[in-house]
Design a protein. Structure first.
Length: 347
């Protein structure tokens, strides 16, 4: 029991989701008869649920995948795990299945905000005893509760989106996911189409609600807050589960669009802009947004954010309710490159 308690102390000392995940897997791996442990990511693509391995134990070490979920060839439909599929559908705490002789599997879904984002998978060489299940589930509940605490500290209280502090911390820590890896991934777009000649890149967009001060002045801050919440909901529904959306404060949001082509980035951002324009906000009526975006493949994080902000400022100064791409504005002579750095990747 002492090794488990020591691992729990170490596990709850982390302030990062990924390190916490690695720590709980390491704790479970040390239990007797355990053959393997994995963290599976659960995500939606083309209205179908998929799972893919995200973290697993291999040759005495924990390995974490840096592959984007839609392009990962290891992804499989959730329906390929019938016991897990039923467990999630019925909101059960765990699922057990004997896969083959000598392999007994336990799945424990990780729930956050009433959705399953991941699942802890434990495989051992003999059936799980009632005592073993109690021990594993106790460790898992500590992990899930601590995940919820971390998640709460990372999110904006009003909209539930990631906050500015989380943006700064994640990008300072992740100064290294290669855009070359994204370019080498299959060029399959969110709508299922393929654009063979365009590389996949990551894109960073800054979104601003047009004339938001007038909304607050005319209708009051209560309705202004409702507009912010509804805009956040439209953002969630407009982008994929593995994209990242942040509220920077006030009426400004940031979207990280992962592994897609320039043409599809234009479509996605304009689809969001159209969705906002067509939505009828209670009492307020029509609201519009302006958006500027830039590629993340060149420049330091602060520079890329500045490029997207410049494009947004141009959109605001030239009619609002529009999407502007930084490189297009530079090539057309509307903007000038202010700072030049050696190539430093944001992801």
């Amino acid at each position: 029991m002492k090794p488990i308690l020591d691992n729990l102390v170490e596990m709850t000392g982390h302030r990062d989701h990924l390190r916490l995940e690695v720590s709980v897997l390491s704790t479970l791996q040390k239990l007797p008869a355990i053959k393997s442990v994995r963290a599976l990511e659960v995500f939606q693509s083309h209205n179908e649920a998929y799972v893919r391995p995200r973290t697993w134990h291999d040759k005495g070490q924990m390995v974490t995948s840096d592959c984007e979920a839609p392009a990962d060839p290891r992804r499989v439909p959730l329906s390929a795990y019938p016991a897990l599929h039923e467990c999630i559908g019925q909101r059960q705490p765990h699922a057990l299945q004997t896969v083959r002789r000598g392999e007994h599997m336990l799945w424990m879904p990780v729930w956050l905000h009433d959705q399953v984002h991941a699942c802890i998978e434990v495989t051992q060489s003999r059936p799980f005893s009632a005592h073993k299940l109690d021990v594993i589930q106790s460790v898992f509940l500590v992990y899930q509760n601590y995940q919820s605490l971390l998640d709460y500290s990372e999110r904006d209280a009003l909209t539930g989106l990631f906050n500015r502090k989380t943006f700064d911390e994640q990008f300072a820590r992740r100064g290294g996911i290669s855009s070359a890896a994204a370019a080498a991934a299959p060029t399959v777009e969110a709508d299922g189409s393929q654009e063979r000649d365009e590389p996949l890149r990551h894109w960073l967009a800054v979104v601003d609600i047009d004339h938001f001060k007038q909304v607050n002045d005319r209708f009051g801050h209560l309705y202004g807050d409702e507009v912010l919440i509804l805009i956040a909901n439209i953002l969630r529904s407009s982008f994929r589960s593995h994209d990242r959306i942040f509220r920077f404060g006030g009426e400004e949001f940031v979207v990280l669009l992962r592994s897609t082509t320039l043409a599809t980035a234009h479509k996605a951002f304009n689809r969001f802009r159209d969705a906002v324009q067509e939505y009828r906000f209670p009492q307020v009526g029509q609201v519009t947004v302006s958006l500027g975006f830039a590629s993340t493949e060149r420049g330091a994080p602060v520079e890329i954010l500045g490029q997207a902000d410049q494009a947004l400022y141009y959109a605001k100064e030239h009619g609002r309710n529009r999407v502007c791409y930084y490189d297009d504005l530079v090539n057309a002579g509307h903007l000038h490159v202010k700072v030049a750095h050696d190539d430093v990747e944001l992801f």
